[in-house]
Ligand binder design. Structure first.
Ligand code: FMN
Length: 353
């Protein structure tokens, strides 16, 4: 079974990828970048392009296979253009985003918006794989999808379409677009979709995604998380999915697993799932310090660096028992000094769980 760090816009950028890889990355097989837009202008946004430059993948023995850039687009030509550019940078695999639920994306028929019109999606995939074959392009193409737009029954047709193409992997977030990232994952529908995919001749490995990593938030903690992470729009609503509780078909070796928020909550989650040591307070403290330094190089102002760290604290705080007062201080910090002092306080005053 392989483990992947999920793409998360604004979060799984290269500072996090490198630091996580160095400290906890031993059992993490691939890191997916947040999506890079394949625009009609045939230009990448500067910020997005910077994130995939190989020179920033210093922690990876072979970024070509360990880092997978994700493409967001809705035209075969632009997606193929973007994939070629990524391949020129060395990447051996690109991933196509067929799952982003954000309204501005969906309304432009991108991300999960592509699931709305299966015929068009089919045509787009046909053109992409046709171009790859005709031009003999040497890279793999994987897909990251949901089970549908507004009804999980849509998965049947989608899986039949995916089965037609030589994709390298099918990553399925076990929700529909209208779920965003909330509510219980649709495990039955996921299993059914996998059966459909295989029955239709689909041969690519399947990767399960959704809610892996058990967390137990108190309602107070959840409130804190919601205040700071509203913009993350996908929040654990207190119920993470414990791998041990998952149906055997998912928790066994037949699927690879992609984890997003679970790894933000517990950066050592993959190590733990592979039978390794539990996260310690000391390593978490070092991890947070290193992230701060990483973001400092990446973002100019203290306040913005702190804002980035708060995105992590929205998940990390579950490790500290009865810590409201200390979390508040972290949230209120406005300078590096204040932030560091507040973080020192929480580590020295609260029980680590
Ligand atoms: C803030 C945020 C940003 C995300 N950005 C992306 C993205 O750029 N591309 C993508 O395919 N999925 C994105 N996702 C979805 C995650 O990759 C993943 O599918 C989702 O969080 C469910 O997995 P999890 O429960 O393990 O977190 C994002 C999710 C969140 C919460």
């Amino acid at each position: 079974m392989k483990y992947y760090f999920a793409p998360m816009e604004g979060i799984t950028l290269y500072p996090l990828r490198n630091i996580h890889k160095e400290m906890f990355g031993e059992g993490v097989d691939k890191y997916f970048t947040p999506f890079v837009t394949a625009a009609k202008t045939y230009h990448f946004k500067k910020r997005e392009q910077r994130d995939i430059l190989p020179e920033f993948s210093r922690a990876f023995a072979d970024y070509r296979t360990e880092v997978v850039p994700q493409i967001m687009g809705n035209h075969a030509e632009t997606i193929i253009w973007a994939a070629k550019k990524m391949n020129e940078l060395g990447y051996k695999e690109v991933n196509i985003n067929l799952g982003c639920p954000v309204a501005t994306v969906v309304n432009r028929h991108k991300g999960a918006g592509l699931l709305e019109d299966p015929d068009r999606l089919d045509q787009m995939l046909y053109e992409i794989f046709d171009a790859r074959e005709k031009e003999n392009l040497p890279f793999d193409i994987s897909l990251k999808t949901r089970l549908g737009m507004s009804d999980e029954a849509e998965a049947t047709r989608l899986m039949e379409i995916y089965a037609k193409y030589p994709i390298s992997e099918l990553i399925i977030h076990a929700r529909i677009r209208e779920d965003y990232y909330k509510g219980a994952v649709r495990l039955d529908a996921f299993n059914k979709a996998v059966d459909t995919y295989k029955a239709a001749g689909g041969a690519a490995p399947i990767c399960y995604n959704g809610d892996i990593g058990s967390i137990n938030m108190t309602s107070k903690q959840a409130e804190f998380a919601n205040q700071d992470a509203d913009r993350l729009n996908g929040q654990h609503d207190g119920a993470g999915l414990d791998l041990a509780m998952m149906p055997a078909s998912i928790a066994n070796d037949s699927f690879n697993l992609m984890i997003g928020r679970g790894l933000l909550t517990n950066p050592a989650l993959v190590r733990e799932l592979r039978g390794g040591e539990k996260l310690s307070a000391q390593e978490l403290s070092i991890y947070l310090d290193r992230l701060y330094e990483g973001y400092e190089e990446y973002i100019p102002e203290d306040r913005n660096v702190i804002f980035k760290m708060l995105e992590h604290w929205a998940f990390i705080h579950v490790h500290f028992k009865d810590c409201d007062k200390y979390l508040k201080a972290i949230r209120k910090s406005r300078s590096k000094g204040e932030y560091k002092a507040a973080v020192r306080d929480i580590f020295s005053s609260c029980e680590f769980i």
